[in-house]
Design a binder for this molecule. Structure first.
Ligand SMILES: *[C@@H]1O[C@H](CO)[C@@H](O)[C@H](O)[C@H]1NC(C)=O
Ligand SMILES: *[C@@H]1O[C@H](CO)[C@@H](O)[C@H](O)[C@H]1NC(C)=O
Ligand SMILES: *[C@@H]1O[C@H](CO)[C@@H](O)[C@H](O)[C@H]1NC(C)=O
Ligand SMILES: *[C@@H]1O[C@H](CO)[C@@H](O)[C@H](O)[C@H]1NC(C)=O
Length: 652
């Protein structure tokens, strides 16, 4: 066996039932094509394809599970030199991904690549390729990602690109493409870049949804999102209304003057009207606000009133009395808000909390959370627990324990209140919200997507917090890992896990996690979260970051299928590229990292608890991805032929 299994093949081994399947069959035809390619193309000697070994074990080559065909070829930054020999790679009929980026390939792009009928990704960026974009590429019906940026390509962008109906990214920046932009209208297109070419003319409407940085640096491109095309210069399409005869010109001028006057009068009266409307509106708003404030006052949402307002059965009138201190001298003692850990830094009491105005943040498994703004201005989160079975003593001991947990990636409890009928927990309030709202909130409506770097930093922060819990003394399990419990800070590296280790309060009768989708399968029986079940939930969280899909989302195809099973099925049938969040498709050169994180995630969601890695190992592997990226960036910035090494290819 060769030592250089590619990440995708490894991934497949995770997923396939038995690795023993690896009978030594050989993709005979593809092998011939690969050898023909490599012998005609000078390269660095770190590609040492051993002709006595199977082609499936060669550096950069990935085969299908039966080892009968080559499905991916990744040779980035290995010093490939000269033209791509025709009729070599074009014969790899099962090829899904071809990456020859960051080499020194010259000459034209061979036409025969268009014969790769199942190709999903073609990455030829950062070479010295010249000549036109082959129009035959229109035949690549399954192509999803096409990256030809950073070459020396000339000619026009073929209109026939419209035939590639599944295209999600088209990167053509930093070439010498000329002519005008064809009207490319492919619905699935999520990433588009033609900046730094020699294009001219106006930007077609179908492309104006992309940012200006997709178009800058061209000879004379104009129109939305770039500055408008100047109507006084000859435009490529003369506008139908333009008048040619000089006699008409004078008439037009005269007309223009009178239009100017009309416009002036119109603007003047419009402004006056606007001013009047504004004044009336302000007046009304002022009065309404006053009325609203009056209406609101009797029912300012205090934490004490919330129970009755939301129709929950939780709070009886006697407990309300007790909470508001009407229960007598003994109650006063009992009504104390107990601060734990660094919560001692706060200076409010239960009274203040009850007077605070509150707003529901969310209803979770353990109870309802409120954002409470105290009169002094402090904002905290109050969690009203339901179905607590722990005794007062157990409750206090556990809270003291949790209050001691200090880590930048964990959000510990600051204070608690325990009475027979009411149990409250107080936490710091983080205004930036949760990962769940950032990832799934108002998708599509022009929000800025969560980029890859941010996603992996948030994942690392959550992982580090979890690792701290698992290594604390006594060892704590989180028990409720999900995207809405990952709270963000402006420095994403200090994002924090909240709501940890509360399950001991609820005993084994209550399900520890009612959020299907994140729950490890064994927890359904044992009802006890463990560090291993946390790792499962963390794996689901990673899948959520990679796919952009919420684990409890109904739209995962078949009913009742969970995210891990969905990813497995897609990877098995359609291969990896299809599972990733389309919002990530606009970033370049991250596919290998995404595949690595996907591998880690899939290891975490193994059905057998013992097969899952420890969170400490998971964090280490994620740190490796981040560090390797940083190094890769350095080497590619340093220029030269050596781009980032494919992770599948340990340099000999
Ligand atoms: C090539 O592969 C054969 C069989 O796998 C092995 O015996 C041999 O040592 C390899 N040669 C090199 C140069 O790696
Ligand atoms: C790019 O192409 C032009 C002609 O099309 C050629 O003159 C130039 O040398 C090429 N540049 C590189 C870096 O290959
Ligand atoms: C387009 O490419 C240019 C040059 O590489 C880059 O500066 C710009 O950010 C890219 N824009 C988009 C939207 O990808
Ligand atoms: C755009 O450039 C092409 C040559 O690249 C030229 O033939 C055409 O006239 C130009 N169009 C405009 C509107 O400048």
């Amino acid at each position: 066996m060769g030592t250089s299994l590619s990440p995708l093949l490894l991934l497949f081994l995770f997923l396939s039932a038995s690795p023993l399947q690896l009978a030594l069959s050989e993709p005979t035809q593809d092998r011939v094509a690969l050898l023909s390619f490599i012998t005609q193309t000078p390269h660095e000697n770190r590609i040492q394809w051993n002709t006595s070994a199977s082609a499936c074990d060669w550096v950069g080559v990935t085969c299908d599970p039966n080892r009968t065909a080559v499905v991916e070829l990744h040779l980035p930054g290995v010093g490939l030199l000269g033209p791509i020999p025709p009729n070599t790679l074009g014969s790899l009929s099962s090829l899904r991904v071809l990456s020859l980026r960051s080499n020194r390939l010259t000459g034209t792009i061979p036409d025969d690549l268009a014969g790769l009928s199942v190709l999903h990704g073609l990455y030829l960026q950062d070479n010295l390729l010249s000549g036109p974009i082959p129009t035959s590429f229109a035949r690549l019906g399954r192509l999803s990602r096409l990256d030809l940026s950073g070459n020396n390509l000339t000619g026009e962008i073929p209109f026939a690109i419209n035939n590639i109906s599944r295209l999600t990214t088209l990167f053509l920046q930093r070439n010498k493409l000329s002519g005008s932009l064809p009207s490319i209208s492919i619905d699935s297109l999520a990433g588009f870049n033609v900046s730094y070419n020699s294009l001219n003319g106006s930007i077609p409407k179908s492309l104006s949804r992309f940012p200006d940085s997709s178009f800058v640096g061209n000879l004379a491109l104009c129109g939305d999102p770039l500055p408008p095309c100047n109507p006084f210069f000859p435009s490529p399409v003369p506008s139908p209304g333009s008048v040619q005869n000089p006699a008409g010109k004078a008439e037009k001028k005269k007309k223009k003057l009178s239009t100017g006057a009309i416009v002036g009068i119109a603007i003047g009266s419009a402004a006056l009207l606007l001013f009047l409307i504004l004044a009336i509106f302000l007046c009304l708003a002022w009065r309404r606000r006053g009325r609203q404030r009056k209406e609101k006052e009797p029912k300012v949402e205090s934490t004490a009133a919330i129970g009755t307002r939301s129709g929950e059965t939780g709070m009886t009138s006697s407990s309300k009395e007790e909470m508001s201190g009407a229960g007598g001298a003994t109650a006063a003692e009992r009504n104390k808000l107990v601060f734990v850990g660094r919560g001692g830094g706060y200076s409010f009491d239960l009274e203040d909390l009850l007077r605070a105005s509150a707003e529901v943040l969310g209803k979770g498994i353990v109870g309802t959370s409120y954002k409470a703004v105290l009169e002094e201005g402090t904002t905290v989160v109050v969690k009203r627990l339901k179905d607590v079975v722990a005794s007062k003593r157990e409750f206090e001991t556990h809270m003291e324990l949790l209050g001691q947990v200090e880590h930048q990636n964990l959000l510990p409890v600051r204070a608690y209140y325990y009475s027979k009928d009411e149990k409250l927990l107080v936490f710091d309030y983080l205004p930036a919200g949760s990962l769940s709202s950032l990832l799934h909130g108002s998708r599509g409506s022009g929000r800025s997507p969560l980029d890859w770097d941010s996603r992996i930093r948030i994942a690392l922060a959550a992982g580090r917090g979890l690792a701290h819990l698992h290594s604390s003394e006594p060892r704590l399990a989180h028990g409720d890992i999900k995207a809405s419990n990952v709270l963000l800070r402006s420095d994403l590296d200090t994002s924090a896990l909240s709501d940890f280790s509360l399950s001991p309060l609820f005993g084994s009768s209550a399900p520890p996690s009612r959020v299907a989708g994140y729950r490890a399968p064994e927890v359904l029986e044992t009802r006890r979260p463990t560090p291993k079940s946390d790792v499962y939930s963390f794996g689901v969280l990673l899948l959520e970051l990679l796919t952009g899909k919420a684990p409890n989302q109904a739209s995962l195809g078949e009913e009742g299928i969970d995210l891990p099973r969905w990813v497995q099925s897609v990877v098995r049938e359609e291969w990896t590229a299809e599972v990733f969040d389309v919002e990530l498709m606009r970033y370049q050169n991250i596919e290998e990292e995404m595949v690595q994180l996907l591998q880690i995630a899939m290891a975490c969601v193994a059905l057998v608890p013992d097969a899952r890695p420890d969170i400490a190992d998971v964090v280490r592997m994620m740190e490796d991805i981040v560090n390797r990226t940083a190094e890769g960036d350095d080497t590619s910035k340093a220029g030269g032929s050596g781009g980032p090494t494919p992770p599948s290819a340990p340099t000999p």
